[in-house]
Write a protein that binds this ligand. Structure first.
Ligand code: G4P
Length: 528
């Protein structure tokens, strides 16, 4: 098989959802269909060990790899599918966002009764900013659910994305009878596990009378009447641009609607594509090997200080032992230790292609966002975005004699992207995070790796805004109990606000100060 065929077989995606919408259950069902796991419960067991902090660290230690974010690869028909695990719940952190920079598409799981929830919206925004295709799976139809027309309308109203229903539910809860596949024009019955192929009359076919209950049949027919007349048409080009989200309904728990979803998804989702660099673009079929690092996981075992860098291959072929250049420093590095990132089995990888994610052992050379190449050109992939922290803590070493170690630890963890670090005008260190686990890991690692006990004090801020074009001295004057001036890792001024209300009143008062949300801060400040 040539490289092009190998690449076209690959699909790499992340599942995004609010906790409890059914991401773990859906992942598990997909893995079962792909034969990657033999029994249900394997993925759940991982999630359900709702680790106490110490247990969590213990597991990290044993495996030397993050249990909360890895890749699950499996084959289904002729495709090689990688699901990037995006941690939610308590272990939600910047990693969750960054992982989405490595995927080619995303599956958004929504609880049919609850609709779009906060975390889904945040993760959606990261995907949408990168223009990646987003597929929607509306889950838990075996329970009472919102009207499906309202669920799809919500995608447009809350997320601002157009949608097209590929499957449509027939009832819900106790009355759930199955789904209608609009593209295949067939009905899948839930309890009878039967497929009914329809003719050109579609759901209006008399074949369905007596097969589907009258109430559900009439709702299905009027919904189709409406969608066929006024709904969006399916347009693969718009799907690939991330402008139209195909919608599927089902029940992950009952394993219903999952196969239909998977089959369509594999036809519609893109294979690894072209990636932008600072000097142009890179095609996955280019011979030169190129890839970027989107996550670094420190080894928690103090006897093995090496780290594991997660590398997304964007072009060429990876061969174990190859020499590459780290373009940021120009340093030549031999990639001799590489591994798969499967949840429960780690084997050495000897070769890998565009669309694969592999782990590389690192003794401290790499940073998040680094590009590796075996070509001569000094290329850089687009910088990974900075994500807006929402939690802040003031931190210091308990013992001031440990100040040097403390500074070193802070510096390295910031570089690794484990946490965001700011300083205020009194040179106090302030940490910014998107999830509390980031603070816990920070504390644990400073203690274990740098031998420093720290004092951490939560701060009452929840919003950060970068400031464009403003003189530092005047910014200092704006500080009050609801607003603090700090400086980020690159010495750029940032204002922290207690809440959205404090932010709005600041904006009303100082209309000409331009504040930037973090997502695109690098691009926006540099284009200035
Ligand atoms: P998450 O990863 O998005 O956080 O969600 P997860 O899959 O863990 O699902 C959260 C809860 O919702 C679980 O119940 C799960 O069984 C249930 N669930 C997932 N999909 C469906 C579905 O299609 N229908 C119904 N009725 N329930 C579903 P739990 O009680 O929290 O856990 P468990 O006791 O079942 O393990």
């Amino acid at each position: 098989m040539n490289n092009k065929d190998l690449i076209n077989k690959r699909r790499i995606f992340g599942i995004i959802s609010h906790p409890d919408a059914g991401k773990t259950t859906l992942t598990e069902k997909l893995l079962l269909h792909g034969g990657a796991i033999r029994e249900a419960g394997t993925v759940r067991a991982r999630k359900n060990s709702k680790f106490a902090k110490s247990d969590w660290m213990e597991i990290e230690k044993q495996r030397g790899i993050s249990v909360t974010s890895s890749v699950m690869q499996f084959e289904y028909k002729d495709k090689v599918i990688s699901i990037m695990d995006t941690p939610g719940h308590n272990d939600f952190g910047e990693d969750t966002y960054r992982i989405l920079t490595s995927v080619d598409s995303a599956v958004m799981v929504i609880d049919a009764a609850k609709g779009i929830e906060v975390q889904t919206k945040k993760l959606f925004e990261v995907c949408s900013m990168r223009g990646i295709p987003i597929f929607t799976f509306i889950n838990k139809l075996d329970r009472e659910a919102m009207d499906p027309l309202d669920s799809t309308q919500e995608l447009e109203d809350v997320l601002g994305i157009q949608s097209v229903a590929v499957t449509w539910p027939i009832g819900c809860g106790k009355e759930f009878e199955g789904v209608y596949d609009r593209l295949e024009n067939q009905i899948h019955l839930f309890r009878k596990k039967q497929v009914i192929k329809l003719d050109e009359e579609g759901v209006f076919s008399t074949k369905l009378n007596g097969v589907i209950s009258p109430g559900n049949l009439s709702s299905l027919r009027s919904a189709m009447d409406l969608l066929d007349g006024a709904g969006n048409e399916f347009d693969l080009e718009l799907v690939k641009k991330g402008k139209l989200s195909p919608v599927f309904f089902g029940s992950a728990l009952a394993d219903f609607g999952v196969t239909e979803f998977l089959e369509h998804f594999l036809k519609m989702s893109p294979a690894p594509g072209i990636r932008k660099t600072t000097t142009g673009t890179i095609s996955p079929t280019d011979e030169i090997f190129n890839g970027f690092i989107f996550k670094i996981q420190a080894n928690m075992n103090p006897n093995h200080r090496d780290r594991l860098a997660f590398l997304r291959i964007c072009s060429g072929k990876f061969e174990r032992g190859m020499n590459v250049t780290l373009t940021r420093t120009g340093k030549q590095i031999k990639l001799s230790q590489s591994t798969h990132l499967m949840a429960n089995d780690r084997e050495t990888v000897d070769e890998a292609f565009a669309g694969d994610v592999i782990g590389i052992y690192d003794s401290g050379n790499f940073q998040i966002g680094d590009t590796l190449t075996d070509g001569k050109e000094k290329i850089f992939f687009e910088p990974l975005p900075t994500f807006p922290p929402e939690l802040f803590s003031r931190v210091s070493a308990k013992n001031s004699l440990k100040g040097k170690n403390f500074q070193k630890g802070v510096e390295q963890l910031a570089q690794e992207g484990a946490i965001q670090v700011y300083k205020n005008e009194y040179n106090e260190v302030i940490l910014g995070a998107v999830g509390v686990l980031q603070f816990e890991v920070f504390e644990y690692r400073l203690n274990n790796e740098y031998n420093v006990d720290i004092r951490m004090e939560n701060m009452d801020f929840s919003v950060a805004r970068w400031v464009k074009n403003e003189d530092i001295n005047s910014l200092k004057r704006y500080q009050n109990s609801r607003c603090m001036l700090v400086f980020d890792h690159y010495e750029r001024p940032v204002l922290l606000f207690t809440n959205q209300y404090a932010l709005r009143s600041f904006q009303d008062r100082y209309e000409d100060i331009e504040l930037i949300e973090a997502l695109n801060v690098v691009d926006e400040l540099e284009s200035n």
